[in-house]
Write a protein of this length. Structure first.
Length: 354
């Protein structure tokens, strides 16, 4: 006779047990990047569903997002120094949710699985974990690739991902003194500036354009909902000497930024499996070569060179993987177990089939 029980953690439960812990998420992401570089992690190919779009369009090669309405299914496995961590993440999203009154752009669930049976151990809200690990993944590039002269940063878009990115950058870059922000919703940008300037004791300037925000920034982090490369707007000449461009969302930078950069870094060579987004598109279109993309895991371990010169303009492609959600989700699950927290649920209490 078998039984399958798991715990459910709401967003509030997940936060109470570490989902929004910036320092812990930095550690989760950095450790996962290194383990992935060492071939101790497996990420399944992402399954993406688009809807409210002509199905014929989806049967042809395309770049970017053919519809705003989409759902991604991710799965991954990590051998974390002998501890097997397995999980699934699903994340449906629509950038129009906010204006349509539905709430945030995305929701989602992280499911932590038993490494032997595959049964669920925990199901939890994915939104806070996902935004935190995405923003912190960008901050990891700042930790290892910024110029030693860097003191300023620009954040284009002030949604949850860049809120997490700012917290992450402030965590890894103690010399951060001034932040420039731009968002089409200026009132939201002012709320962002008021909240985080007080929380972090950093000057935050609300700008009237993306260009104005970027011109004097040593670190640039766009986190927007630009859908395809035809809408790219950031020009190479906007970047100052020594700038680190963190390609956190898609299609913000024109291809000239990538062509002219002194070096291109990624968080893993696994991101090249995603053929409809940078940096894989750049390789397929001949703007760069796969061997010219440097895995930051090797930089962290001292096996690859990072920034070569203080004045180099370099790009870091921060592409999300479910592995980071699984690492953070497993930590949250363990913390909840220790606290006897979460709602205990059952898939079944006894066998139905022979």
């Amino acid at each position: 006779m078998s039984a399958a029980n798991f715990i459910y953690l709401s967003q509030e439960d997940a936060i109470s047990h570490g989902a929004a812990d910036v320092a812990a998420t930095v550690d989760d992401v950095e450790r996962t990047v290194v383990l992935t570089y060492q071939n101790k992690a497996i990420e399944a190919p992402t399954a993406t569903l688009f809807w409210d779009v002509d199905p014929a369009l989806l049967r042809q090669p395309f770049v970017g997002y053919p519809s705003k309405k989409r759902a991604n299914i991710h799965a991954g496995y990590i051998d974390d120094h002998g501890i097997k961590k397995v999980g699934i993440k699903n994340i449906p999203s629509n950038p129009d949710n906010v204006k349509n009154g539905y709430g945030p752009r995305a929701s989602g669930l992280v499911t932590i699985l038993h490494p032997e049976s595959g049964y669920p151990l925990a199901v939890m809200d994915a939104m806070v974990i996902s935004c935190m690990r995405t923003g912190v993944l960008g901050a990891l590039g700042v930790k290892y690739l910024r110029s030693p002269k860097a003191t300023t940063a620009a954040f284009i878009g002030v949604g949850p991902v860049n809120q997490a990115a700012l917290l992450g950058v402030a965590e890894v870059m103690p010399e951060l003194r001034k932040v420039y922000v731009f968002d089409y919703d200026k009132s939201r940008a002012r709320l962002f500036a008021d909240k985080f300037s007080a929380q972090l004791n950093i000057e935050i300037v609300v700008c009237d354009s993306a260009k104005e925000a970027i011109l004097d920034a040593d670190v640039i982090c766009p986190a927007t909902s630009v859908q395809n490369k035809d809408a790219a707007y950031i020009e190479y000449d906007w970047l100052k000497k020594g700038a680190l461009f963190v390609d956190l969302s898609l299609w913000d930078a024109k291809y000239e930024v990538f062509e002219k950069a002194a070096a291109l870094f990624t968080n893993s060579d696994l991101v090249l499996e995603r053929k409809t987004m940078t940096p894989a598109c750049l390789v397929m279109e001949g703007f760069t070569r796969e061997e010219d993309l440097i895995d930051i895991g090797g930089v962290i371990l001292g096996e690859s060179a990072g920034r070569q010169h203080d004045d180099d303009i370099i790009v870091y492609f921060a592409r999300g993987l479910a592995l980071y959600d699984i690492m953070s989700g497993y930590r949250v699950y363990e913390n909840a177990l220790k606290a006897n927290a979460g709602k205990k649920l059952s898939l079944w209490e006894g066998d139905y089939w022979l």
